[in-house]
Design a protein around this ligand. Sequence first.
Ligand SMILES: Cc1cc2nc3c(=O)[nH]c(=O)nc-3n(C[C@H](O)[C@H](O)[C@H](O)COP(=O)(O)O)c2cc1C
Length: 192
Amino acid sequence: MNKTKLGAKTFLYPMPTVLLGSKINGQPNFATLAYCGVVQHQPPLIAFGSGKGHRSNEAIRKAKAFSLNLPSTAMMQVTDYCGLSSSATSDKAKLFKVFYGVLENVPMIEECPLNLECKLVAVLDFGGTNEIFVGEVIESYAEEKYLSQGLPDMRKIDPLVFSMHDNHYWSIGKKLGDAWNVGKTLKPKRKG
Ligand SMILES: Cc1cc2nc3c(=O)[nH]c(=O)nc-3n(C[C@H](O)[C@H](O)[C@H](O)COP(=O)(O)O)c2cc1C
């Protein structure tokens, strides 16, 4: 083993880049998040970490709901801007066409290829810098042009991915194989 110890850091690469949608004082707002992921298949749960000072946190607690909007690489600049500027000083929603789904206080972004509309399930505090929000996806939205066989197609969505610490945005590479399938060749053959 010839590895360098890098310290206790969140190097879980690559990270998604999403835009968190909420309504703050009646106004739609979008904040960039990368500390975000899927935590359960059924019921469908996702979780994200949001800094304790963020205005979105209180709004989400109040509405008991939020959205996660997945930007494409073409939306890199606007996504970065939503992570640079606070809702306290800028109207970030004016950068987007905003639409609503089932829940009235959950704004979503039309330009994002994928939108997840979520009900708040829990807010966890482990005493650190973030609060951890857990939400259940109650509906998801995508235009037909981003789908293949009725499912979101990564190639068409062209998601904006991220690496923390060096602060770089990335695009995804090519499809390599089929999951739950390519590993089968390594399964031991049954005798007899
Ligand atoms: C690429 C990127 C990723 C970010 N990820 C997070 C995150 O996971 N959690 C968080 O609390 N803030 C994150 N931020 C910072 C917030 O987006 C930023 O503080 C923003 O101003 C909050 O906006 P708001 O005032 O509208 O809530 C990120 C910023 C960028 C640029």
